[in-house]
Ligand binder design. Sequence first.
Ligand SMILES: *Cc1c(COP(=O)(O)O)cnc(C)c1O
Length: 227
Amino acid sequence: MSLAERYGAAKAKIASAALAAGRRADEVTLIVVTKNHPAQLALDLLDLGARDFGENRDQEAGPKSTEVRSLSPVEHRWHFIGQLQSNKVKSVLSYAASIHSLDRLSLLDALGKATVERPNPVDVFIQLNLTDDQGRGGIQPSGLVEFAESVLTKPGLNLVGVMGVAALDHQLERDFGAIRSASELLQTIAPQAKAISAGMSEDFETAIAFGATHVRIGSAITGNRRY
Ligand SMILES: *Cc1c(COP(=O)(O)O)cnc(C)c1O
């Protein structure tokens, strides 16, 4: 399959999964994860109609997003979806429209400080830890409300919702159900924070059935990552 065919197939599956869940196709934003691919791939995807791109490493995303912007006049957005070190915050804020991986207090403090004087706040998703292992990245559902209250005190951050990754044991209903419950809990204190960033190449249709508003699809569209 060509890139155009893979992109088209993913768009069609998103639309049918949304309709099957009683939702509109345009309620789900497709973020194409372009990590480990050159800028040209994002340019090709822009030609196909993609407008949202995901990256997980600042060292790669910084130069790539600069290159794409310099070569294409088409408006588009970069989403930072990987673990973010506090010393990379300034750089990431220079190109990212949203950060899906707000996963700890020290990062919240760094983001809060770096955005205090921004004219328009940056969109952030709180990344959930769906395991019992506190040492893992992410906020456990039991600590979500307290953490979200801190996010809401930062004028430069616009809390849009939660983000999660299903575990490798493939209990998709359990994990996407837990993400949806966390989203409902979050909305009790932040009614506007309705977004759910969940679902990757292997599981995005199930994620949409459980309410995902942002799917992060890499290899199913881009093919195998080259480096
Ligand atoms: C790489 C990555 C994706 C995309 O994964 P695929 O399986 O290639 O679709 C989605 N989310 C995050 C956080 C990632 O790091």
